[in-house]
Design a protein around this ligand. Structure first.
Ligand code: PNS
Length: 161
């Protein structure tokens, strides 16, 4: 059975992430989308909220599981016996950063964790969670960036702030 992990911050999940999830779920028998619980960052959504969003958005994909992890990806992958990490590449600017992380993970894991890249569909290549948050914080239109229920959750957060 081919299993892979798609790790990320997903703060929040965008249509760009969902595109990678859908395509990776067709390649692997099981895809585990795992949210990084990074205590050093102050995210817009808690880990629980991000997991809930991902579960809702992937409920039509039976071979997709949503989870979360803290610490190093290689340790989480070893605990769950996962040997492939999936990441999306939008542009050459992503590549340098992603290459470094992929090579670090391969080395640190004694070659037990490899990374496979999917290139983001062109229609989502411009999207990032940070820009979606900035647009939403100014009340801009994010309907082409995230599902409606996520947009509503974001606007509620910014109204409270
Ligand atoms: O969505 P992001 O923020 O681009 O995802 C980055 C992520 C979560 C894949 C990466 O930061 C990560 O795996 N962090 C966990 C700590 C770790 O294992 N770092 C790799 C060694 S540099």
């Amino acid at each position: 059975m081919k299993r892979a992990v798609y790790p990320g911050s997903f703060d929040p999940m965008t249509y760009g992430h969902l595109d990678i999830i859908r395509r990776a779920s067709q390649i692997f028998d099981v895809l585990i989308v795992s949210v990084l619980n990074n205590k050093e960052k102050t995210p817009l959504f808690s880990v629980e909220e991000r997991v809930k969003i991902l579960k809702e958005a992937t409920k039509d994909l039976p071979n997709v599981e949503v989870d979360s992890f803290s610490g190093l990806l290689i340790n989480y992958a070893a605990e769950r016996d996962l040997h492939i990490a999936v990441r999306g590449l939008r542009a050459i600017t992503d590549f340098e950063y992603e290459l470094q992380i992929a090579q670090t993970n391969r080395k640190l894991s004694d070659e037990k964790l490899d990374t496979m890249f999917l290139t983001t569909s062109l229609e989502y290549a411009y999207l990032s969670s940070s820009s979606v948050k900035e647009i939403a914080s100014f009340g801009g239109d994010i309907s082409q960036c995230v599902p409606d229920f996520v947009a509503e959750m974001m606007f509620k957060k910014y109204q409270k702030a």
